[in-house]
Ligand binder design. Structure first.
Ligand code: LMR
Length: 398
């Protein structure tokens, strides 16, 4: 039965990591997958996470099953982080948060849930969007459409076109927004633009679905959820999928959550049973370790303060790398204006080079970037910056 299977092309992001690992060039640079790297090129376990793990080794009393919706304490912590204490309180029984296997697991659970709620739903995603949104949502049976988002010429959000498109999206469809640190462009919505989206969502009646994978990596933990909280307060329904991969550095622990807001408490209670059933039918229950770490960190004021401080170090370093890259490209004699990289948020920006130039950077220089020219700014350090700038200059000038 497996004789006729044909191999699939490699994943556009994870495939690059495999190619990078296999490359023997000592100068190779991995600007592909969205993983933070420190000044030594390492992805550290955060200090507070290490302490929490030590605590768990010593004091965790059982590994017995938790249940399809995960740990109640963790879910409450994530709801507070995403919504803030007062909004969480005021939403009361209209809100439920369930633990998921990372952000991907949360997106997939959301997709399964949406299919159950309305099987012919269409989800509108930004053009461009994260490469895995379409497989994650589409393979659950959702139809996918695109709304205009990034202007590659002006390096900004095509907001007028985006809004005109959203003004045509009917009730019953969903609009997927990036809460902050847009992946792949790094171009975020302004506060005024979030306000305008709120108005159109209210008047059209479509359901907003937010992917919040980078809270704390842009301007700050609170600043990065301005749009999420604005919509959570105003709209009758909302889905928010969040992740602790980046802000706690828990990538491989698969630690995420799905927060759902419904029109009333009864709808939320019914929806919770559907979420639990969908989790049970897919993976039974989410892995515990990452969520137990988050809970341990956030329940200990000293660990929480240290985590907050280290997250700030990460955020500040990424922002300083953005400036350093722009000034180094300028000093490298490149005529193109790369200043937009400094204005963008989070780990990613487009380098703005074409497909052939991307292939040359990968094949001839061992500089790995995604096929859209997305680069992970958080991979740059003193050891690879000059090689990177010289290589980009050589390719762009040739
Ligand atoms: C990325 O966009 O590189 C990250 O979100 C990692 C992934 O799974 O693609």
């Amino acid at each position: 039965m497996f004789q006729s299977l044909q191999p699939l092309p490699s994943d556009p992001i994870l495939g690059l990591s495999a190619a990078y690992r296999a490359d023997e060039n000592p100068k190779k640079v991995d600007l592909g997958v969205g993983v933070y790297k420190d000044a030594n090129g390492k992805t550290p376990v955060m200090r507070a996470v290490k302490h929490a793990e030590e605590f768990l080794v010593n004091f965790q009393e059982t590994k017995a099953y938790v249940g399809p919706t995960g740990a109640a304490g963790y879910n409450d912590i994530i709801a507070t982080m995403v919504l803030g204490e007062s909004l969480k309180q005021s939403l009361g029984g209209r809100r439920v948060t369930v633990q998921t296997p990372g952000g991907c697991g949360g997106l997939r659970l959301a997709a399964e849930f949406i299919v159950k709620a309305k099987s012919d739903s269409t989800v509108w995603v930004s053009d461009p969007t994260w490469a895995n949104h379409v497989p994650l949502l589409g393979s659950a049976g959702l139809k996918i459409e695109q709304y205009p988002y990034y202007d590659y010429d002006t390096h900004s959000v095509r907001f007028d076109e985006m809004l005109s498109c959203l003004q045509q999206v009917p009730a019953g469809d969903l609009v997927l927004l990036h809460g902050c640190c847009h992946n792949p462009s790094g171009a975020d919505l302004t506060r005024a633009q979030w306000q305008a989206i709120k108005e159109v969502a209210l008047s059209q009646g479509f359901t907003v679905f937010i992917d919040l994978a980078y809270q704390g990596l842009g301007d700050g933990l609170e600043q990065d959820v301005y749009g999420v909280r604005l919509l959570a307060e105003a709209l009758p329904e909302l889905i928010v999928v969040s992740s602790c991969s980046k802000n706690f550095g828990l990538y491989r622990e698969r630690t995420g959550a799905l927060t759902l807001i419904c029109e009333n408490d009864a709808a939320t209670s019914a929806a919770t049973t559907l979420l639990a059933a969908a989790a049970r039918a897919n993976y039974s229950m989410p892995p515990d370790h990452g969520a137990a770490i988050v809970q341990t960190v956030m329940q200990n004021p000293e660990l929480q303060a240290d985590w907050d401080a280290e997250l700030k170090e990460v955020r500040d370093r990424i922002n300083s790398l953005r400036s350093l890259l722009v000034s180094s490209l300028r000093a490298g004699g490149l005529e193109q204006d790369f200043s937009f990289i400094e204005r963008e948020k989070g780990m990613f920006s487009f380098l703005g080079v074409n497909k052939d130039q991307i292939q040359t950077l990968i094949n001839d220089y061992s500089i790995y970037l995604v096929g859209s020219s997305r680069i992970n700014v958080a991979s740059i350090n003193d050891n690879n910056l000059h090689y990177l700038v010289d290589s980009v200059a050589a390719v762009l000038k040739s």
